[in-house]
Design a protein around this ligand. Structure first.
Ligand SMILES: Nc1ncnc2c1ncn2[C@@H]1O[C@H](COP(=O)(O)OP(=O)(O)OP(=O)(O)O)[C@@H](O)[C@H]1O
Length: 299
C-alpha cells in the first residue's frame, strides 16, 4: 500500500537561516493558490516537511496529503500510471494534496504518463506537489525531464538549500532532535560536548537533516551517557567527509577556538586541567584564561 499521510496538527520546522526563511515564505505565498508546486533540494533537506506545511496553510488543510514515492520501482506509482487506472479510486482525496517524491527517478516515459495522470485527475481538485533531489533545470538541459511536466509545475518552485549552506540551523536542529529523541527513546541526553558540536557543525552532511537525525539516534542509543562526545560520532559520519571536517580551511581564530576546546576537553576545565592545557598549547596560563574568556569556553 502507498503511504497515506494525514497532516499533523503541529509542525516543528526548526531553523532561522535565510535559505529556510525564503523557502517558508515561498510556501506561504503558494498556499494562497492551488497550482502545482515543485520542491527541490538534496535528499533529506525537508522537502516533504515543507510540503506538509504548505498543505496545512492552504485550502487543503483539512484534507489528506497523500505521498507517492516515485523512487520505489514496484510501488503504487506503476499502477497509478497505467492507462486503465480508475481515477475514481482517488475520490476520497478530493480537495487534498498529492506528493510525488523523487519524480526525476521516473523514466521519461513515466514522467509523460505522470503528466497525463495529473491532467486526468484535475476534476478531483487535488493539489499536486512534486519533489526532486536532482536539479530539474539541469535535467531539462540534458533532455532528461519531460517538458510538459516541467511546464505544468514550473510556476511554483521552492528550493531548500543543503544543511552545509545553512550551518546556523545545525545547533537549533540538534537541540530539537535531541529533545524529540529523548522522548521517543526514553533517554535523558543533555547535549553535546563542545568538540562533538564542532564536528557536527563543520561536517558536510551529504544526507542533510535525515542524516543528522540518524547520527544522533545512534549516538544516543549506543552512547548511554548524558553528553554525546566525539567518541560516539566516530564511525557514523562518512569517513571522508569526517576528514574534510577536520582539514577544512577555516579562519585562524576559529581554528584557535577549536584547538582550545579540544585541549580543555582533554585535560579538563579545572585549574589543574587548564594549566596542563596551557602547557600543551605552549601558551601562558594568563593567555589561556584570556582566550577562554574571549571564546566563552568555560564549561
Ligand atoms: N527544518 C526542519 N526542522 C525540523 N525537522 C526537520 C527540518 N527539516 C527536515 N526535518 C526532518 O528531517 C527529516 C527529513 O525531512 P523530509 O522527509 O521532509 O526530507 P525530504 O527532503 O523530503 O527527504 P527525501 O529527499 O528523502 O525525500 C524528517 O524527519 C523531517 O521532519
Amino acid at each position: 500500500m502507498p503511504t497515506c499521510f494525514i497532516h499533523p496538527t503541529t509542525l516543528s520546522i526548526i531553523g532561522t537561516s535565510k535559505g529556510l526563511r525564503t523557502a517558508l515564505e515561498g510556501c506561504r505565498k503558494a498556499a494562497k493558490e492551488n497550482d502545482p508546486v515543485l520542491f527541490q533540494g538534496e535528499i533529506g533537506t525537508g522537502k516533504l516537511l515543507l510540503a506538509t506545511y504548505l498543505h496545512d496553510e492552504g485550502a487543503q488543510h483539512d484534507k489528506t496529503l497523500y505521498v507517492v514515492d516515485c523512487a520505489q520501482p514496484h510501488g503504487i506509482i506503476q499502477k497509478l500510471l497505467s492507462e486503465d487506472f480508475n481515477i475514481n479510486y482517488f475520490e476520497f482525496l478530493s480537495g487534498g494534496s498529492f506528493y510525488f517524491r523523487e519524480v526525476a527517478s521516473l523514466s521519461l516515459e513515466d514522467q509523460k504518463r505522470l503528466y497525463h495522470f495529473c491532467l486526468r485527475i484535475e476534476p478531483l481538485k487535488i493539489r499536486i506537489f512534486l519533489s526532486s533531489s536532482q536539479n530539474i533545470h539541469f535535467l531539462m538541459l540534458d533532455k532528461a525531464f519531460d517538458q510538459n511536466l516541467y511546464r505544468y509545475v514550473g510556476q511554483w518552485e521552492i528550493s531548500i538549500p543543503p544543511l552545509r549552506q545553512r550551518k546556523e540551523d545545525i545547533p537549533l536542529l540538534i537541540e530539537h532532535l535531541i529533545e524529540n529523541l529523548n522522548l521517543r527513546l526514553r533517554k535523558s541526553v543533555q547535549g553535546l560536548t563542545p568538540q562533538a558540536e564542532q564536528i557536527l557543525t563543520s561536517y558536510r552532511w551529504p544526507g542533510n537533516i535525515e542524516e543528522l537525525e540518524q547520527v544522533l539516534t545512534r549516538a544516543i542509543l549506543l552512547g548511554n551517557e548524558p553528553y554525546i562526545s566525539q567518541r560516539h560520532l566516530r564511525g557514523y559520519l562518512l569517513s571522508s567527509d569526517y576528514e574534510n571536517t577536520i582539514n577544512d580551511v577555516m579562519p585562524l581564530d576559529r581554528m584557535e577556538e577549536i584547538l582550545l576546546k579540544s585541549a580543555l576537553e582533554r585535560y579538563g576545565y579545572t585549574l589543574e586541567g587548564k594549566k596542563r592545557a596551557a602547557r600543551a598549547l605552549n601558551i601562558s596560563l594568563a593567555t589561556l584564561y584570556n582566550k577562554v574568556k574571549r571564546y566563552n569556553l568555560n564549561e
